[in-house]
Design a protein around this ligand. Structure first.
Ligand code: CP
Length: 318
């Protein structure tokens, strides 16, 4: 870490909505404070009392395995009271709006609301509407800030001097909030970001990708320190961007042959999950010794603890 221990803590924010609105100092602080939280995981008692008496509500309008469970574990390890609202079993199915749902939860004095929604911008809307801290757990194509924080934390764990290092993101960049937030954080931290994917799935006019690669040969020539694979987000595509998933695997997937080259170069492998084996990644790559995929999941808890610890809800104000 480039930060010294005696550097001041950046003033708390109420909400964590995206990476773009965080300063480098704030990102560095969150990454730095996630370290001691991760150390806790080695202890037999993995809990701290930091959020005792506070309440955290998980509100997921889209499916999630990693993010929802990770936020739940993180909040419980901070001793917060956690409620997971099952949207499919809630009054949402009776037509209740997101704002009315949040008003109801606010009436229960919820301090932190973790929200995932298919519509980009919903967390920003809620942040202006409620005194609870809003933590964006993924909104449409827009942002997934805690994923980006855990990605940067993981990259730095294996490459502590990361400035000037290289990462290439491969896949459906256009529909990926992960690509948007993760490329932004790496850009802010001085890590060079390149992308590879089907032309129509690479958004134009983004200056956080320093390079647009055309093939896996280009990827290997560029000599990245890590390759970050993305799932093809079929659920967000209303038109066909490539002929078939088999075709996608042949042209853009990490095939057996490409995996052999990647392993021979000692390149790290990252993926936010969930993984579609046989599409963006071949089975054997899941067992690769330099795969950081499980480490990313573990680190998700630590960075979410750091985020919960840093944010300051407005629920105590008059
Ligand atoms: N990486 C990620 O957001 O995974 P989930 O959809 O399982 O939360």
């Amino acid at each position: 870490m480039s930060k010294k221990d005696d550097e001041p803590i950046p003033p708390s924010k109420k909400d964590l909505l995206d990476i773009a609105s965080l300063s480098v100092e704030e990102i560095e602080y969150l990454l730095k404070s996630a370290g001691p939280f991760k150390e806790l995981f080695k202890r037999s008692i993995k809990k701290v009392p930091a959020l005792r008496g506070k309440s955290v509500l998980n509100l997921f309008y889209e499916p999630s395995t990693r993010t929802s469970s990770s936020f739940e574990v993180a909040a419980k390890r901070m001793s917060a009271d956690v409620t997971n609202l099952s949207v499919s079993q809630s009054s949402v199915v009776k037509g209740e709006s997101v704002l009315d749902t949040v008003d109801t939860l606010q009436a229960m004095k919820t301090d932190y609301i973790v929200i995932r929604h298919k519509a980009a911008g919903i967390p920003n809307l809620l942040a202006n509407h409620t005194r609870a801290s809003i933590l964006n757990a993924g909104d449409g194509f827009h942002a997934h800030p805690t994923q980006a924080l855990l990605d940067a934390f993981t990259f730095r764990e294996v490459i502590p001097e990361s400035r000037g290092k290289r990462i290439v993101i491969v896949g459906d960049i256009l529909h990926s909030r992960v690509a948007r937030s993760t490329s932004t954080i790496f850009n802010k931290l001085g890590v060079e970001v390149a992308v590879l994917g089907p032309g129509p799935l690479i958004p134009p006019g983004r200056n956080d990708f320093i390079k647009r690669l055309s093939s896996w040969e280009d990827v290997f020539d560029w000599k990245p320190d890590a390759v970050y694979l993305l799932r093809v987000q079929m659920e967000r595509q209303d038109e066909q961007f490539f002929p078939s998933l088999t075709e996608y695997h042949k042209v853009y997937g990490l095939t057996s042959e490409r995996f052999k080259t990647l392993a021979s170069e000692g390149t790290y492998l990252m993926h936010p999950g969930p993984v579609n084996r046989g599409v963006e990644i071949v089975d054997e790559a899941m067992l690769y010794e330099k795969s950081l995929i499980n480490q990313q999941v573990e680190n998700g808890i630590a960075v979410r603890m750091a985020a919960l610890y840093w944010l300051k809800p407005g629920t105590e104000e008059k």
